[in-house]
Design a binder for this molecule. Structure first.
Ligand SMILES: Cc1cc2nc3c(=O)[nH]c(=O)nc-3n(C[C@H](O)[C@H](O)[C@H](O)COP(=O)(O)OP(=O)(O)OC[C@H]3O[C@@H](n4cnc5c(N)ncnc54)[C@H](O)[C@@H]3O)c2cc1C
Length: 412
């Protein structure tokens, strides 16, 4: 176990903070510094797309209070951007010209919102949502009443649609695919889309953006079929790009726009550099092939495993992927990762405001999702964690309770 030294964590968010705390829990007693470009105390991102009420206290939730960093002797360098890594000299160089010695570096630099390259993308009020300042701008637009056009029907886009509609804005979602939320599988995506339509969100599918029109501020969105949508603001939610440039420049392998390649313990291909969170391409046993898992829970759990690894006690990260979302006050959850050929079984009684569903692979439960089904998902998580053998017929039988299934599969 390391007793001295200085570990530098670049990126103070879910993964970076979890890693710093794990370093201490694992007994590392050298110096630990978290550097983040944002001047704010590290905060929770998921709340940003859910609490778009304009109430800044509701939108800003620190991951842990400032005193906990002090108590754990974790130094925070906030408002400092890391410019380059110099592995030969063991230096982390900041954009203000300062350099820090580091025995090892952990990159938890996350991802950035992808922009669209169509005419008018740089107009004011063509927004993305990744950080607190973005959320503040968006909350102001929502408070002024819209109308809002959301480009991309992914989880963040649909959460913003729900929040804005709940606040009384006219909302149109423009999705290029045949349906929003396709990672849920068509039957479930259809239900959630129907929920949005019932609540008054206009959802356009198979639709393409031609241009954003306006002089300084966006005023209209022009679609490729010629339709013009009035817009007080546009939110682009078309995915993310990994912040992997520091790693690439320092000689660690990055995969073709996908992120930093790490092993199951978070070690990059460069011995000085580790990485965790959204920015990593990880060999997770629940993925069909190494890839990114962009969930808060993953970032925290992987961060903690990599922090232990950094402290000299290598720990594999294989926790089952889990995420949640909020749509019109209903909690949407998913546990596990379905693959393309998995069989989806939707439990009886599904409607646009409630469902529970499972994915089976070779007769084993590999993933589950639920809307307004928090208790079911707690049981489903156990089945997914143990990849329980359960038939599609049993899962589709309304008289079979999930608690009983959990008990029965534990006995086998
Ligand atoms: C609006 C929104 C809502 C979300 N909702 C959910 C949800 O409901 N459920 C869920 O599971 N997930 C949700 N997510 C995803 C979740 O927030 C991410 O998976 C998680 O934040 C990833 O954590 P991370 O630590 O890997 O990176 P990030 O949270 O992206 O943090 C990276 C940090 O690195 C810093 N940084 C980058 N480069 C540098 C540099 N060169 N120098 C210094 N600092 C740098 C950045 O300032 C940033 O603070 C949401 C994300 C967003 C944006």
């Amino acid at each position: 176990m390391a007793r001295v030294g200085h570990h530098v964590i670049v990126g103070g968010s879910a993964a970076g903070v979890a890693a710093a705390l794990a370093l201490r829990r694992t007994g590392f007693d050298g110096a630990v510094t978290i550097v983040d470009a944002s001047p704010r105390l590290p905060y929770e991102r998921p709340v940003l797309s859910k609490g778009l009420s304009g109430d800044e206290e509701a939108m800003f939730r620190p991951i842990i209070p400032a005193e906990e960093y002090r108590a754990a002797e974790i130094e925070l360098r906030l408002g400092s951007e890391v410019d380059t890594l110099d592995p030969e000299a063991g230096l982390v160089r900041l954009s203000d010209g300062e350099a820090m010695n580091a025995d090892r570096v952990l990159l938890t630099t996350g991802v950035s919102a992808r922009r669209l390259s169509v005419p008018g993308s740089d107009l004011r009020n063509v927004l993305t949502l990744r950080d607190f300042d973005d959320a503040r701008k968006l909350a102001a637009v929502i408070a002024s009443g819209g109308p809002l056009v959301i480009v991309g029907g992914g989880f963040i886009g649909m959460e913003v649609a729900a929040a804005a509609r709940t606040a009384g804005c006219a909302v149109t979602v423009v999705e290029a695919a045949p349906m929003p939320l396709l990672p849920l599988g068509r039957p479930l995506a259809r239900l959630v889309t129907e929920l949005h339509r019932q609540e008054g969100v206009r959802v356009l599918t198979g639709a393409k953006i031609e241009a954003f029109l306006g002089t300084e501020e966006v005023q209209e969105v022009l679609l490729s079929d010629g339709e013009r949508l009035p817009a007080a603001a546009v939110v682009i939610g078309v995915g993310v790009v990994p912040n992997d440039e520091l790693a690439a420049a320092a000689g660690a392998e990055v995969r073709n726009g996908q992120g930093i390649v790490v092993d199951a313990c978070g070690r990059s291909t460069h011995p000085w550099i580790l990485a965790a969170g959204d920015v990593t391409v990880q060999p997770h046993p629940r993925l069909a092939e190494p890839g990114r898992i962009e969930h808060w829970d993953n970032a925290q759990q992987q961060g903690a495993a990599v922090g232990a690894t950094m402290a000299g006690a290598p720990r594999v990260h294989d926790a089952v992927p889990y995420f949640w979302s909020e749509q019109f006050g209903l909690t949407l959850q998913m546990v596990g990762r379905p693959w393309a050929d998995d069989r989806l079984v939707v439990r009886p009684g599904a409607d646009p405001r409630h469902f529970t569903a499972f994915w089976l692979r070779d007769g084993l439960v590999v993933a589950a999702a639920g809307l307004d089904a928090v208790r079911d998902l707690a049981m489903a998580k156990k089945l997914v964690e143990r990849t329980a053998p359960v038939s599609a017929e049993v899962l589709a039988d309304a008289s079979v309770g999930l608690r009983a299934l959990v008990k029965e599969t534990a006995r086998r």
